[in-house]
Write a protein that binds this ligand. Sequence first.
Ligand SMILES: [Fe+2]
Length: 321
Amino acid sequence: MTKRYERMQRDFCLLREGGKAPEPDANSPIELDPQSLLTFVVWGDPQIAHWSALRSMRFDAACRDLGNMTEPVDALILAGDITENGLPDEFRMVGEILNTYSGSFRHLLCVPGNHDVRLRPFHKQIAVFNDFVKSVNGGVALEDETRYFHAVRIRGFKFILMGTDRTTFEGAYLSARQLRWLDEQIALENGKPVFVVNHQTLKGLNGLPVTWLGKGKWRGSVGWESDKLRAVFEKHRNVIFLTGHLHYGTSVYNYEDCGAFKSLSVPTVGVVNHGDFPADTQGYVVSVFEDRIVARSRVFGDGKYVDASIANATVEIPIEK
Ligand SMILES: [Fe+2]
């Protein structure tokens, strides 16, 4: 164990035991709808940092809410920026917290965010990422450590996990190979709902540039390949695009129905959210039914769903036949 990790653990324990940790209400845990075909939780940006015990504490509180369930969700999805600096110690902290509550999710699906990849050579960092995923019970690891993109099927539904194809600082580089593969993977579903997870959303979607605090034409989005990615989605139907990166609380911006595809951007679970509803530890609980998908925003650290008066507290996505 590194000295840094010892310090991280010590600071986290001091904070958690200092009486200031959020305590999810054990009387209102997430309940699985018996009619649902699939239920998963999606969180953006835990962004665990070696210098912030506060983020670890928020993430732990959110996980504790999952721990209050009587039966596990099918999957927990981390939509990137799992760590601040991509350090093995930071990933280790995330993994140890997750393993404390691993009985509450059957699978862990992870995509990398810009913070996870930005500081080290691509191939070194992909191994650090994969070692982390493998360390978590239920973690769906990469089979091929030369690329982040891969697909997994859970309860008959395909999840496509994307990721940058080179080291980037803020956006993602999506190679022609990844975009071609994505197109093929979606096509194979023949219109059945497919969940595509990437850290960044598309240019101009989910309130950009407002949700990136008004900066730049492409900033906050996937970047230069945004139009090409959108063109892939527009060839299909019932594509549900799940992203993070914006650190923006539940608001009118989270969800956009773009016809062929639907874009759900989730708040940050670990960092401070912007916007009119900036509560900590937000994310979405998503249930899939025969004819629709229902996504409900939740403040996991409180163990409560977001009040219906907040825009996009509940999102209903019709499944097109
Ligand atoms: Fe990010």
